[in-house]
Design a protein around this ligand. Structure first.
Ligand code: 5GP
Length: 211
């Protein structure tokens, strides 16, 4: 019997390298993982492609979809809506593929409520100095934006406590393998093996003896 896929929520400090870790995980294990593409009501940034980074829809369309129950979770973040399309995630999990959601805290907590077997992982930089170095190293943002992002880290640090696992992204290679083995081991949690449990329960019934 093929297990259902494991649902992992991946959040973390902005600048910790979430995107890079996810990209590398999918490159190494393309058949095992699927990254859910969210819908958002924000405008695309230069270089962002429809259906790759996000599905870009209007606020009105977003609200229609909320009402229709299309989202597994949704949140308003800095004035824009973000949401995870339920059908894609459910289909993949049922096909035994591990699905990853790269979403923020409010969404992560909704997932925990709805699907308690989901695993919540938070990615950290090794130190605050390193976080600053990485944010500056991108060389694409203004000083003001860098300072705003660093200030966000103070709030982000308060979010860690809500997650199941903290992973430090020091060496990319090690970090990717840690995430991979963590998700792999979650296939064995009792919460993720309901079908196996049910099947075993049924099988042992034939040993039952009347009292
Ligand atoms: P950005 O606008 O920078 O792409 O994303 C802003 C925040 O929204 C990030 O923390 C990102 O992880 C989060 N996010 C992206 N998609 C979703 C989603 O479907 N649901 C929720 N709750 N957050 C999301």
């Amino acid at each position: 019997m093929k297990d259902r896929g494991v649902l992992t929520v991946f959040s973390g400090f902005s600048g910790a390298g979430k995107g890079t870790v996810m990209k590398e995980l999918l490159r190494r294990y393309p058949d095992q993982y699927a990254l859910s593409v969210s819908c958002t009501s924000r405008e695309p940034r230069p270089g962002e492609r429809e259906g790759i980074e996000y599905f870009f829809i209007s606020r009105e369309e977003f609200e229609k979809r909320i009402a229709a129950g299309y989202f597994l979770e949704h949140a308003e973040y800095v004035g824009n809506y973000y949401g995870t399309p339920a059908p894609y995630v459910i289909d993949k999990l049922e096909a035994g593929i591990d699905v990853i959601l790269e979403i923020e805290l409010q969404g992560a907590l909704q997932i925990r409520e709805k699907l308690p077997e989901a695993v919540l992982v938070f990615l950290l930089p090794p130190t605050a100095d390193e976080l600053e170095r990485r944010l500056r190293g991108r060389g694409t943002e203004t000083e003001e934006k860098i300072l705003a992002r660093l200030a966000r880290a103070v709030e982000e640090a308060e979010e860690m406590v809500h997650y199941d696992y903290l992973i430090v992204n020091d060496d990319l290679d090690e970090c990717v393998e840690e995430v991979h083995s963590l998700i792999h081991s979650c296939h064995h949690t009792a919460k993720n093996r309901r079908e196996l449990m049910e099947e075993m329960r049924k099988q042992v019934q034939r040993f039952r003896r009347e009292a």
